[in-house]
Ligand binder design. Structure first.
Ligand SMILES: NC(=O)c1ccc[n+]([C@@H]2O[C@H](COP(=O)([O-])OP(=O)(O)OC[C@H]3O[C@@H](n4cnc5c(N)ncnc54)[C@H](OP(=O)(O)O)[C@@H]3O)[C@@H](O)[C@H]2O)c1
Length: 338
């Protein structure tokens, strides 16, 4: 694994992109980060990574940003935070990814690593942990996030089938540093600040964002594209068990209420409506979060471990680092991380 990459991280200003840039820099690879005009570049600037403007809406900007790079990591993508207007959101997401893949061909990029999501992996009928070969997930009724991710992966598979070197990774729920928009870090932040007063239980898998970065680099340095998508996973855990681990480790109480799936959906719907109608605030719970838990599943990542030679860090290390990062960056009070 001594090959040095010359890479563009499309979506490098986001949570997983920042973790990837840090890992690429630590490994001595050359890396450039894309940004949009509106991007928050505070963390990218701290990493002193060169920035280049590109948006998925403008293929010309993508070609310019990719020119001269041999590897492009596609970590950007339409990320629906609200479950509204699914058809339009899916069409936008697919069009954006297709532009990126087309731009990579025009710029003569040798390989593309596309970061999808484990939500596109079907649930096996017999209840065993899901594997790459389990087919494409059925989209739960009304789930924009699942619909977007399944359609994007299909677009990446089409490009691959047409001969482009596209390497597809499907990470599970990611936690770690730089989750500044607060995705899966919601659990850590909510528990550490003692503000999480409810949860919906279900099977999930939590992977460290740095493990996703390491797996992405390992995938890019493989001589040939793997024969299938690869699941990038950490630890299979029930939500209740995850919260219990944090409760014990940080000496904080468990959330007062466990919501049923129906109660979770009802709360998410009213929270999304409140924020959309007022144009203010963040939902305490989103439809995406409930979908990911209710339709979540345990996974078997043995193929990835074998193909990439990677293994995940411990769950407590991931939780501790995420909590510490939120403490250092003003999301938590000093008392919350003491
Ligand atoms: N976080 C997780 O737990 C998780 C789990 C599984 C899969 N994934 C997938 O991994 C990918 C990255 O996730 P993330 O958590 O890092 O998301 P994120 O923090 O929202 O970052 C997304 C990145 O993509 C960029 N981007 C979005 N739309 C763009 C557009 N139209 N043109 C150019 N750039 C655009 C964003 O730019 P701005 O900074 O300007 O917004 C940002 O740099 C997503 O596709 C997500 O679905 C994430």
């Amino acid at each position: 694994m001594s090959e040095k990459l010359d890479a563009l991280v499309l979506g490098g200003t986001g949570f997983l992109g920042l973790n990837l840039i840090e890992a690429l820099q630590a490994g001595g690879h050359r890396v450039v980060c894309s940004r949009r005009r509106s991007s928050n570049t505070i963390f990218a600037r701290r990493l002193k990574v060169p920035l280049v403007q590109a948006t998925l809406e403008d293929e010309g900007s993508l070609v310019e940003a990719m020119r001269g790079r041999e590897t492009v990591f596609v970590f950007a993508g339409h990320y629906p935070r609200y479950s509204v207007d699914t058809e339009r959101q899916v069409a936008n997401a697919v069009a954006g990814l297709e532009r990126a893949l087309h731009a990579a061909e025009r710029a003569k990029v040798a390989k593309v690593v596309y970061l999808g999501s484990v939500v596109s992996v079907a649930r096996p009928a017999n209840g065993r942990p899901a594997r790459e070969s389990d087919g494409v997930a059925a989209v739960p009724e009304g789930s924009t996030y699942f619909a977007v991710k399944v359609a994007m992966e299909a677009a990446a598979e089409r490009a691959k089938a047409a001969g482009q070197d596209v390497r597809i990774l499907c990470p599970t729920g990611c936690m770690g540093r730089y989750d500044y928009k607060v995705g899966t870090g919601f659990f850590v932040l909510g528990m550490a600040s003692r503000k999480l007063d409810f949860f919906v239980d279900g099977d999930i898998n939590i992977v460290d964002a740095q493990d996703v970065a390491r797996a992405s680099i390992a995938t890019a340095t493989l001589e040939r594209a793997p024969d299938s998508r690869l699941i990038v996973a950490g630890h299979n855990v029930r939500v209740a068990e995850l919260l219990e681990r944090m409760s014990q480790r940080y000496g904080v109480p468990m959330p007062a209420r466990q919501l049923s799936a129906e109660e979770g959906y009802a709360l998410a719907e009213s929270e999304e409506r409140r924020c959309l109608e007022s144009g203010r605030g963040r939902p305490r719970l989103t439809r995406e979060m409930v979908d990911v838990v209710v339709h979540g599943q345990f996974v078997d990542d043995s193929k990835t471990r074998e193909v990439l030679g990677t293994s995940p860090v411990g769950l407590l290390q991931t939780l501790d680092e995420a909590r510490e990062w939120y403490g250092q960056n003003g999301y938590l009070k000093a008392d919350d991380v003491a």
